[in-house]
Each structure stands twice: as C-alpha cells, then as structure tokens.
Design a protein around this ligand. Sequence first.
Ligand code: ADP
Ligand code: MG
Length: 718
Amino acid sequence: MTTMTARSDAVLQIAQSHRTFPAPTSDIDAIYGCDVFSLEILQKKLPKPVFRSLKAIIRKGERLDPAIADTVACAMKDWAIEKGATHYTHWFQPMTGLTAEKHDAFLTTTSEGGMINEFSGKMLISGEPDASSFPSGGIRSTFEARGYTAWDPTVPAFVIGSTLHIPTLFYSYSGEALDRKIPLQRSISALSKQALRILRLFGNQKATFVRPSVGPEQEYFLVDRRLAALRPDLMLAGRTLMGTAPAKGQELEDHYFGAIPERVMAFMQDVEDALFRLGIPAKTRHNEVAPGQFELAPIYEDANLATDHNMLMMNILHQLAPKHDFICLLHEKPFAGVNGSGKHNNWSISDSEGNNLLDPGTTPLDNAQFLVFLAAVLRAVHMHSAALRLGTVGAGNDHRLGANEAPPAIISVYLGDMLTDVIDTIMNGVTHKTGRTSMEIGVSSLPPLPVDRSDRNRTSPFAFTGNKFEFRAVGSSQSIAPVNTVLNTAMACALDDIATELEKAVSGGASLTSALQELLPRLFREHQDVVFNGNGYSAEWLEEAEKRGLPNLATTVDALEHYGIMDIFLRQKVLSEREILARQEILLENYAKSIGIEGALMLEMARTRILPVALHEQAEAADVAGKTRALAGEAVPEEERFRILRGHTTGLISAIANLEKALATLHSAENTHQAAHSARDAVVPAMGACREHCDALERIIDAQAWPLPSYAELLWLH
Ligand code: ADP
Ligand code: MG
C-alpha cells in the first residue's frame, strides 16, 4: 500500500511552500493601546465631574452612579464608531472555556422609519445574554435561564474588528457569581483589607489599598494547519491521542532559546501587533524546550487586568495562527513524551503607592515587614495547599503535573539558600553561614538577597524569585483567574490571622518589635514543612512530602473532592457555599465531559482509521510470510512481522471493546461525581491501552500507509 496519501501531499506542500518573511516590527509607539478606551481618552471625552466620579469608581472600586452612565455610554459609542465599530458586546469570562461574547448592532430604527446609532447608559451597564447554555452548576435551572452581565468599569473597554468589547461580570438572577472575574475581584478586596491591617501596624497610614500584580508566561505549540487537519484528535481535543516519539525530540536541547523559525517569527510579530493595539505589554518571545513549542510573556500588571489580557492573548494566538498556516495548541500536553505547556503565574502584592510588599527592602523595619508577608505566604500555602491545587485542575493539566517536566501536584515553597538561611537564623538563632550569628527582627538588617531571575529550581511549584513568587503549576490553557483567586484568598486568611495576633499584642501594650520577635520564629517553625528547596521531581520528595503531611492531589478528581470544605472562601466572603458547590459541580462535569470526548474520539480513530490499516497490513504480512515459507520449505523470519502485527491488531480489537465499555459506564453515571470517577478510573486507562497498541502498530506499519501525520512531521515542520 504505497499510494500517495493526503499526508504526504501535505508534507510536500509544506516543504515546497513559499516562505513568508516577517514584516518589519510596526511602530509600537503609534499603535500601543490605540484600540483601548483608556482613562486618557475618557478624560478628553467626558465632562470633568463625570470623569472624576468614574475615576473614583475605577480606582477605589466605588459604586457606579447611574446618572453618569449615559454620558459615559455616549462617549464610548462615539469613540468606538470612530474606530470603525458597528456593534458592541458584553464580554465576559464564564466558568468554562475562554471568553464569551454576543454582538449587538448599535443600529436601531426610529419611529420615522430611519436608522440611528444608539447606545444608552442602560445598555452599557447591564445586559441579559441568552445564557442558558453557560454552566451554572445548578444555580440557574434552565427554566430560570436568566444570567446578567454587568459592566465592569475596573478594566477598560476595547475594540476588536468592528466590535466594541465591554468587559462585564456575569451573575445569576439571585446574584450569584457565574463567572471567573467576580470571585477574583472579591479576593483582591479581601487581600487588600487584610494587608492594610499589617501596613497600619507598621505605621503606614498612607496606603489606601493593596493589590496583587501578575505576569503570566504563556507557553504554546504551533503545528502546521495542513497536517493538523489530518488529525481529528488535534482538531477536536487539541492534543494527540496517539503517536510515537520521533527519533529526534528535545534531547539535544537545540530548540530552547534557538533561532526562531521565520514563519513562526512572522506569526509572533502579527500576534504582538494585535496585543499592542489592545495595550497588552507583550515583552518576551522565545522557543521553548520542545520542538514546535514557544513562549510569550507580558510585563506584569494589576491581576484584574492581567487576567483579561491573558484571555485576549490566548484568543489572539488561536485566531491569528491560521493566517500563517498554523494552528496554535494551548493544551497542557499535546504530545506524549514531549515537554508539556504551562503558564508560570508570577505574583506579587503592592500597596497603592507602588511599594512591592514582597520586596525585602533595605531598612530593618522594611525587612521586618517583608518577613511578616513572607511568613504569611508560607502560612497561606501550607494551610491551604489543597485550595491552591484547585486553581490548577483540569483534564489537560493532569497529564503535566508530576510528569517530570512540571512541578508535582504537591504544593511546596522554594525559598532559595539565602532566605532559608535567614529563616533558620530567626527560628533557631543559629546560622549555617559564617559571619552571622543572630537576627533580631526589626533591629538587624537582612543580608542583601539576590533577585533570582533564572529559574534555578524549576521543579518547585511555588518559588520565591527575589521580589515575587512564581506559581508554576498552572496549565497553559487555563484562565489565571482561579489560581489568583485562591492565592489572594489564602493570603488574606493568613494575613488576617497574623494581623489579629499582632493587633492584640500591640493593644495589650507590647511594642511591635517585641510582638514580631515572639510571633515570627513561631510562624516560621509552624510552617517550615511547606518549604522545600530540593528536587521536586524526585521519588524521595513524594515520600518526604507524605511524612510532612503535605497533600498530593494527583488528579483533578482528587483535588475537586476537597472543594466542598473550602472554608477559606466563605471566611473571606469570596464564594458562598452555593457558589462553591456549583463550581465543584461544573469542574467535575467539565472533567468528565472532556475525558468523554477524548474517549469517543480515540474509539473512532482506533476503529475507523488505525484498525483497517492494521488489518490490511496483517493480511499482507500473512500473505508474504505464507508464500515465502512455501518457497523456502521451512520457518522464515517474515513470519515474525506477521506475529507482531497480529499481536497488536488483536490487542487493539479487545482494547477498543474495553474502551467502549468504559465509555458506556461513564455515560450511564447517575451523577457528576460518579461520571468523573468513571472518566478517571475507567476511560483514561482504557484509552491508554488503545494507545499502546496504536503506537506499537505505528512503529511497524509501512510509513506510507499510516493514516496520521507523525510526531516528527507535526513537531519539526515549521
Ligand atoms: P523569567 O521567570 O523567565 O526568568 P522574569 O522573572 O523576569 O523572567 O519575569 C517573568 C514574568 O514575571 C514577567 O511577566 C514579568 O513581568 C513578571 N514579573 C516581574 N516582576 C514581577 C513582580 N514584581 N510581580 C509580578 N510579576 C512580575
Ligand atoms: Mg519565569
């Protein structure tokens, strides 16, 4: 069977295709933020008092005065129409998928039979999308399908194409959060409130709020569109469900930071232009570890805005790839045996004056304040590590966490030698390094800590890198809202505990310094178990972590079982009990559905693409072996090929039958919990068995006859 296949056609086409050369980088100054309805534009377009009250809303999170809404709406509409917009949309971030939008024309008819562009304050402030198909986890039954969108003035509106995008929050008729932004914003308020209590104890009366900043590093794969079209798994599941490792993978490490292929470069510049227009500060671009894998990182921003920007970034990566004959894969594990994709979530907190509270500072008092925030981080991660794991759940990320390329599902903190030494000194009054004997909090200075810009310990899920923490367990396809919601909430709880204790000591007459000298060593001792500077990929760490009592929630289902008891959300008023349970339901359902889709896809591909080819090859091999044997008059080595083919072909037939059974169990599950368990315990292993036979067949079957583009073709053809 050596006919020209669609696959070799595509490969030839790519090899011979005309190369696009990167356009020169556009004039960033001219385009940066040009499609954003920014504060500067608002200031120009709005009457002074209206602008002032809108600014107060944005800066301090005050309530919107409906009286000003009409004025803002009118200015926004005029600006958008000037930019070429004909439509507007209430843009929101539902609990699954990326973002949602439904476009409405500004156009409306008049009683005189004419047409005018209309956009009122009411249309700006609230919307009622036909929301019955967005997940609500039972909060909203379909007969009560109403979900509402409310304008979120804390992030700017923007134009993409011919549509004005108005960022909104999405909630139910009864006022419950149906999106990812509402809990995030509640968590930011909670963090601010608790952090300010600490700042006040240190005599800071000036700061009016504290906010988290985030810089998410986005990894992704690019695969040629013509090859991807021949792989239903890539098209429908965003990852390959089968495929053998290429002869050359990432072993030589010649891809990481290597020269960026020209076609990829043209794509990256196109993406950057689109990002710049939306005021998204794209900063770094480079090749990642795996062939075909790349990274794009922006400069960090306010967490609320960074979340929107990361969503837009993912949308733009998807949308612009086909223009360059690529598809962009944001899946956490598109290729088995090849590095997966993550999203390092760089997180810090700063006050309204711009002071980074995770920066050690220079004076003993600054140092002491830093140590309080550091202790709070350790407490937050130690006490709420199960909650942090929740920020990273998803069927895709399960392939990645703990797979020797990403941190394990055990959440620990890496502090580096210097800081660990400081903490040891504080706890025990001893030091590992010569020249330093004791550390009196609030009196002595910390030694200068290096800003660790390199990923020195890539194996840690939560690493201190000089003035920020880098949370590395987030998956590349995931919204950063959930993980930051948990981080902020856990931190708010820890700061709450610490502030309560310090306030009590100080109001009882103790000095802050003596209260700290009593509290900090105790806290560091209490939470020492969460600190781990060693190799997070090692088997010893799994054992050690268990001894230390750190949870290892290896799968999404394990992690979600803990959702019901997440009192930190209740305590900080980030999620109500009903909202928590709804989210648990949605995430479990999403997991079960994703696995269900992959399982069905695997079944179809194995049965209708792989098995026919395998049977054909087997018959041919039998023919050859039989004829050769007849001629030779004795056993011949050609029979061996037949035996191997037959072994895997019959193996595949029974694996297909098992997968079908597993899928039936999943589909007959009585509730979401049961479905998620069937997905994990029945469907995933059954898919694994199918894959084993498919991959073994791929290694032996005539390459010309194999119906799917190979890993080598997918990973190396750029
Ligand atoms: P790398 O981790 O690749 O060595 P950096 O540490 O310089 O690179 O930055 C990675 C990301 O962290 C970038 O998005 C950067 O803007 C962001 N970042 C830098 N400083 C902070 C900070 N104080 N708070 C939050 N994010 C930060
Ligand atoms: Mg980094």
